[in-house]
Write a protein that binds this ligand. Sequence first.
Ligand SMILES: [Zn+2]
Length: 102
Amino acid sequence: MHVRKGDKVLVGTGDDKGKKGKVLKVLPGKGRALVEGVNFVKRHTRPNRTNPQGGIVEKEAPLNASNLRVVCPGCGEAKGFRRSRDDEGRLKRVCRSCGESF
Ligand SMILES: [Zn+2]
């Protein structure tokens, strides 16, 4: 997965094309990610403790991660990244636009 929890991402396709949001959750097995404020779907729910009235709630649904582009925290561009490892061997992404690594 090229997206991680906490990343800011840009939606590249679909109804929410052009929207930006923070990754709330990554579902690697499904190749999907849940993004804050993006891809709301209406769900009909029964009354429960958090929603005593029941009815229709809008909730984010996971998006296909291949439609998401990571936004650089340094320059705000989503031009892509190359991968490299830091001194401790952790995988880092390096912005193609400004060189920021994160
Ligand atoms: Zn950048």
